[in-house]
Design a binder for this molecule. Structure first.
Ligand code: DQQ
Length: 549
């Protein structure tokens, strides 16, 4: 439907049409990045799941290729579901994926490139031995899916993979298998990990990260645990459709178990990759960029009817590099791959903008449907320490309570409005909200408000967000990618991320604008004082709580 074609993205990955979901088997091979994905070739809703396929030299520009795999055997006739690639030391690629059988039982299957000399990996040969794994005793026939990339055991140098499931008590868990040839597997007696109450774990991911601030590169999946290495475990929770990760320690010499650093922020109950729309993600190690790259499926938040009308559904997140945040030690940093910056065309800088309370200020960047925004907000610690907030700490605020971006607090909200029309009838707000606790400490929330993003009435609109760690002396930093119907935002270098799908009806084409806004009320106090002080010294004036872009 051409009326809705403006909703298609420009630099986020999308198939030519129809339904897409999880990213599958990302890998680098002979000069090309490969992305496979869950695709329904027949319609814009989930079903008939095959593997779509595309290649790229830069993770940004993609060439669409024919389907890599289709449901054509009893062991995957109800869907070629999610899987992962492993590159063996001899260069061989093995692809493990879940098949839904004629009886809809979930089994694991093996496929390999039919012609390893073809850098495009156009044809895939499914193994004669399929299925190579069936649900073990005690595991539900439909609770056994999404094998990971394999890693080498540091203890016996056999391969390990993990597969998500749940137990009868509704605990999410990750099974571990041992294999030498990817045809025969032994289920290990101990789980990699289990967390009560978290339900089915889909699309488990497991990988090492470097803890040394001097080694800020990604680590190959088989990097053994030990000094300077931690392991990240991620599960996609079928219950709430969000991707949760935790940082911990992998015991590769013992029982192949993983223990979180902090049991209170364990997998499924603690940190999320993204506090907006983001699911079924998967990382891979890029040997050329020496980085770990994360892909996530960004679904639609409009109606199924609209998806059918427009003829497509879903995009992939911008590929994000993933590192351990060695400053906090307790979260990851996600950041758009550097290649995205090659798309920047008409750079515009705005410096030293002071924005008064309750006001909105346009930033003239011309048509604003595709943007890569970097913004820094300077918070004067003197100003905040003097302000009497009357608020008692983090418990008094969360992004989804209250009035979102139109609320008025003492130290927030302030930030940007994107995909906004001149009259601000439509706008998506990305903002910070600071709370001063009774102990005098500041807590910073990072939020994204979709409530006024569109006049259309068939949408799910929310205020998303969470806390973001801000260390002493740091300014508040934002990166926002705007791409027609997606707003992907990163705070403090990627400590907290939020992705929204939005469907403006007025803020489109030439009418899309961006604005700065400040709804923090205590800047009023600052401003009054400044009027007096302006006569004395300009330096004092700059100590107000300034929002500086
Ligand atoms: N999507 C796939 C499954 C996976 C789910 C099926 C997650 O393999 O568990 O399309 O979105």
């Amino acid at each position: 439907n051409s009326m809705l074609s403006w909703q298609r993205t420009a630099f986020h990955f999308q198939p030519p049409n129809n339904w897409m979901n999880d990213p599958n088997g990302p890998l680098y091979y002979k000069g090309y990045y490969h992305l496979f994905y869950q695709w329904n070739p027949d319609s814009a809703v989930w079903g008939n799941i095959t593997w779509g396929h595309a290649v790229s030299r830069d993770l940004i520009h993609w060439l669409h290729l024919p389907l890599a795999m289709v449901p054509d055997h009893w062991y995957d006739i109800n869907g070629v579901w999610t899987g992962s690639a492993t590159q063996l030391p001899d260069g061989r690629i093995v692809m493990l994926y879940t098949g839904a059988t004629t009886e809809s039982v979930q089994v694991q299957n093996l496929a390999e490139p039919a012609d390893p000399n073809d850098p495009l990996l156009l044809h895939w040969a499914k193994s004669e031995a399929n299925p190579v794994l069936v649900p073990p005793p005690g595991v539900g026939l439909t609770d056994f899916r999404d094998p990971t990339t394999a890693w080498r055991s540091p203890a016996d140098s056999s391969w390990r993979i993990t597969i998500g499931s749940k137990n009868p008590d509704h605990a999410g868990l990750a099974l571990v298998y041992k294999t030498d040839d990817f045809l025969n597997y032994d289920l290990l007696p101990t789980l990699l990990h289990v967390v009560s109450g978290t339900g089915m774990w889909e699309c488990v991911d497991f990988y090492p990260v470097a803890t040394d601030p001097a080694i800020q590169v990604g680590l190959e999946t088989s990097t053994p645990p030990g000094a300077g290495v931690k392991h990240v475990l991620k599960a996609s929770l079928d219950d709430d459709r969000n991707d949760y990760y935790a940082i911990g320690t992998y015991d590769g010499e013992g029982a192949d178990t993983w223990t979180p650093d902090n049991a209170e922020i364990d997998v499924g109950i603690g940190l999320r990759y993204d506090y907006g729309k983001f699911y079924a993600s998967k990382t891979f190690y890029d040997p050329v960029g020496r980085r770990r790259v994360l892909w996530g499926w960004i679904g639609e938040t409009d109606s199924e009817r609209s998806d059918i009308l427009k003829g497509w559904a879903s995009v992939q997140s911008i590929p994000r590099t993933v590192l351990l945040d060695t400053k906090t030690g307790s979260n990851l940093l996600q950041w758009p791959v550097v290649e995205v910056e090659n798309l920047r065309m008409h750079g515009k800088k705005f410096n030293d903008i002071v924005i008064s309370p309750g006001s909105v200020m346009p930033l003239d960047v011309g048509k604003a449907t595709q943007l890569d925004i970097e913004a820094v907000f300077e918070v004067d610690t003197l100003a905040t320490s003097k302000s009497i907030t009357g608020e008692t700490g983090a418990a008094t605020y969360s992004c989804d309570m209250g009035a979102g971006a139109v609320g008025r607090g003492l130290l927030g909200p302030f930030g940007l409005l994107v995909l906004a029309d001149d009259d601000l009838l439509e706008r998506t707000a990305i903002f910070f909200y600071l709370i001063k606790g009774v102990n005098g400490n500041l807590t910073t929330f990072f939020c994204q408000d979709e409530l006024s993003s569109s006049k259309a009435n068939d949408l799910v609109k929310r205020v998303y967000g969470s806390l973001v760690p801000v260390l002493d002396g740091e300014n508040l930093a934002l990166r926002i990618l705007v791409d027609h119907s997606i707003v992907e935002s990163f705070a403090q270098g990627g400590r907290t991320c939020i992705t929204s799908r939005v469907y403006p009806t007025k803020a489109i084409y030439e009418s899309a604008r961006i604005f700065l806004f400040n709804n923090a009320t205590n800047i009023q106090a600052m401003r009054r004082r400044r009027t007096v002080e302006d006569r004395c010294t300009q330096r004092r004036a700059s100590k107000a709580l300034n929002a500086v872009l």
